[in-house]
Design a protein around this ligand. Structure first.
Ligand code: CP
Length: 336
């Protein structure tokens, strides 16, 4: 993978270094500060207004699609979208590979969500062998990777722990369907870039985190625990990352009906057990695993997380096109 300001294709979290994470979070902060004024938004929207992006989302999405769309708008990038392959020439038998290669003829950036693990990686490799190797951003691939969600999660954690020494040394609890949740798999792997973070995985045995992630944590020397006891671990947690049952992946022998999600749900009564400065996160969408009454507690961070996604993705796109330096210059020249 080629690098501009540390990134070209964005495919999986393992490609992000600690330095890159700090850079992208710093840049996201700068972009959101610049965007506070009309002059700032006008400046930002001039930075990449010669570029065009294709949002190829053939799996459902609300936040990832819209936050990428908004991030492109912030930077002045014009967007087109394909969300239903039935509207493309795939119905005439064209392969997905040829479809995406066609996008690269018209667009300067391809942002894609796809049900197949490794599809984004395959496309990035394919485009690299063509005369128009435009950057590819993986916006969620199969049950495997959701690298930009992990970026926005790290950004949210960094902001949450700003006055508490940052992410290093924190205790992070993951709860829910950890086997099929690509957001947890990606964030668990990315947190290995921080020192002394202990991870707790709370799930029924059928949906416990995959052995490949545990092997990766072992290799990185990261401390972790697997448990079914939600109430025992949330009390010492600095962050609790809730997830829904990913039953779109259900198969005949592994169905939702056998799972008691109540044991892995955050209820109002749990709030008194949490540390005063804990943060509750969720990649969303949620179902019943976080009671709506919890939304008004200051520790509920998931709606902030949604908005952070837009800033983190704007920073990622700006770095993809090597605009970090220009944005910093504007920031400094305008005494922000
Ligand atoms: N967190 C997330 O990926 O949400 P969407 O599926 O709505 O994009």
């Amino acid at each position: 993978m080629r690098t501009g300001e540390g990134i070209y294709h964005c495919i999986k979290v393992q490609q992000f270094s600690r330095d890159f994470l700090e850079e992208i979070c710093d840049l996201a902060d700068k972009i959101r500060e610049i965007a506070r004024t009309k002059a700032g938004t006008e400046y930002l929207s001039s930075t990449l207004n010669h570029k065009q992006a294709m949002l190829y989302f053939v799996q459902p999405s609300t936040r990832t699609f819209l936050s990428f769309y908004s991030a492109c708008q912030i930077l002045g990038i014009k967007c087109a979208e394909v969300r239903d392959p039935k509207t493309s020439s795939e119905v005439k038998g064209e392969s997905e590979e040829d479809t995406v290669r066609t996008f690269s003829s018209y667009f300067d950036l391809i942002i894609m969500r796809h049900p197949q693990a490794n599809f984004a990686e395959k496309i990035a490799g394919l485009l690299d062998r063509t005369e128009r190797p435009v950057p590819v951003i993986n916006a969620g691939s199969g049950k495997d990777q959701h690298p930009t969600q992990a970026l926005l999660d790290v950004y949210t954690l960094r902001r949450s722990f700003h006055h508490r020494g940052g992410i290093d040394g924190k205790q992070i609890v993951f709860a829910g369907d950890l086997l099929r949740g690509r957001t947890v798999r990606s964030l668990a792997a990315l947190l290995t870039r921080y020192q002394g973070v202990k991870q707790y995985f709370v799930a029924p045995p059928e949906f416990q985190i995959g052995q490949d992630i545990l092997d990766f944590l072992d290799k990185q020397g990261v401390e972790y625990e697997l448990t079914e006891n939600f109430e025992a671990v949330i009390q010492g947690a600095d962050a609790i990352y809730m997830t829904r049952l990913q039953d779109e992946w259900d198969s005949a022998e592994n169905t939702r009906s056998v799972i008691d999600i109540e044991r892995f749900s955050m209820r109002e009564r749990h709030l008194q057990m949490l540390k005063a400065d804990a943060v509750i996160l969720h990649p969303l969408p949620r179902r019943l695993e976080i009671e709506v009454a919890i939304d008004s507690d200051p520790r509920a961070g998931y709606w902030r997380q949604v908005r952070n996604g837009m800033w983190a993705r704007a920073a990622l796109i700006a770095m993809t096109f090597c605009r970090k330096q220009n944005i910093y210059e504007y920031y400094l020249n305008n005494n922000l």
